[in-house]
Design a protein around this ligand. Structure first.
Ligand code: PBG
Length: 337
């Protein structure tokens, strides 16, 4: 059967002839409701500090957080994702600040919930923003120890949920952490707290600007301290393995699953969506953002077109939503029509 028709009876360009027709036959649409905005939080008061490697991105102190997200909330962005910045001198080997109920993430969560009760708060569960070595868990005998790390992550997740975080998002890639975190939340009566699992997270070179944003200088490519995260994050060569990761996290109680990075892994997004039908998200990570912004700064790409085209790609691949540093710019553009 030939559903495509054939030329000249069929001319594919007819349905592209004018704007109303192109709108009419559009298969996918992007809306503000598809966007999650990651924000960086720093200590102190009245702080609003640009992140050098991410043009247009700033770190704000907890007292400015509510004001910082006001526009996002007004534009209909459903949720923001919170990431703490910790200067290298204030970190320690085990990332103990993660368990301080007054750390910057918890303080911002309380302030944001009070000011914007209808805005979803997603909290990053991982130790990399608090550890001197920058790993997502604790290092024992030169290895990121799975069970020791999971124990700490559970307490971190409970603390942020108690501070007002609606969705805990483990980005650490330890084995078994979803089930253990679910049990820890439930034991505290936090049965409504959702888990968005970074289920298929790859050991990517595209996280470099983020590591700058959160103060993990130790992780910079020129640093000898960390090496890499290849013993826990996934090998970019693999895709069947991503499905096993996602399947296990769903079995352990994940409410939403994420693939990360974004654009280079849209094949994984599509497979995950088709295989599980779960609420599926992708993270357009810092390196993806900065690549576009660097080209925009040189006049090589048009900001709005590059932004909207990449975001639409996530929808086409089957995402329910995208974590993206473009969230507010895109929502503004969508509103303007
Ligand atoms: C680690 C974490 C990373 C990002 C989010 N959470 C970096 C890493 O795994 O080293 C990267 C996000 C981005 O690049 O925008 N918990």
């Amino acid at each position: 059967m030939n559903f495509a028709g054939s030329f000249p009876g069929t001319r594919m360009r007819r349905n592209r002839y004018d704007g109303w027709n192109r709108r009419l036959v559009a298969e996918n649409a992007l809306s503000a409701a598809d966007l999650i905005w990651p924000i960086f939080l720093c200590k102190g008061e009245g702080q609003r500090i640009p992140v050098a490697s991410m043009p247009g991105v700033v770190r704000v102190s907890a007292d400015l957080a509510a004001e910082h997200v006001a526009e996002a909330a007004a534009l209909g962005i459903p949720a923001v994702a919170l990431f703490p910045y910790t200067p290298i001198g204030e970190r320690d080997e085990d990332g103990t600040e993660a368990l301080d109920p007054d750390n910057v993430l918890c303080r911002a969560a309380r302030a944001l919930k009070a000011a914007h009760p209808d805005l979803g708060l997603i909290g990053d569960v991982a130790l990399d923003t608090f550890t001197t070595h920058g790993h997502d868990g604790v290092v024992r005998d030169g290895y990121v120890d799975n069970e020791e790390s999971v124990k700490i992550l559970c307490r971190q997740a409970v603390l942020m949920a108690q501070a007002g975080v609606d969705v805990v998002a483990p980005s650490d890639m330890m084995d078994g952490r979803i089930g253990t975190i679910r049990a820890a939340l439930d034991a505290e009566g936090l049965i409504h707290t959702r888990i968005m699992s970074y289920a298929a997270k790859y050991a990517s070179g595209l996280y470099a600007p983020f590591r700058d944003a959160v103060g993990s200088e130790a992780l910079r490519p020129d640093s000898k301290r960390l090496g890499d995260k290849k013993t826990y994050q996934m090998d970019p060569a693999n895709s069947d393995e991503a499905l096993r990761e996602v399947a296990m996290d769903i079995a352990e109680g994940a409410d939403m699953v994420m693939v990360k990075p974004g654009l280079p892994y849209l094949d994984i997004v599509r497979r995950v969506r088709d295989a599980f039908g779960m609420p599926t998200f992708a993270y357009q990570v810092s390196g993806e953002y900065s690549m576009i912004m660097a080209a925009v700064e040189r006049g090589w790409l048009d900001h709005d077109r590059a932004m909207m085209e990449t975001l639409m790609a996530f929808k086409r691949a089957g995402c329910h939503g995208v974590l993206t540093y473009f969230a507010v710019s895109a929502a503004k553009l969508l509103k303007a029509g």
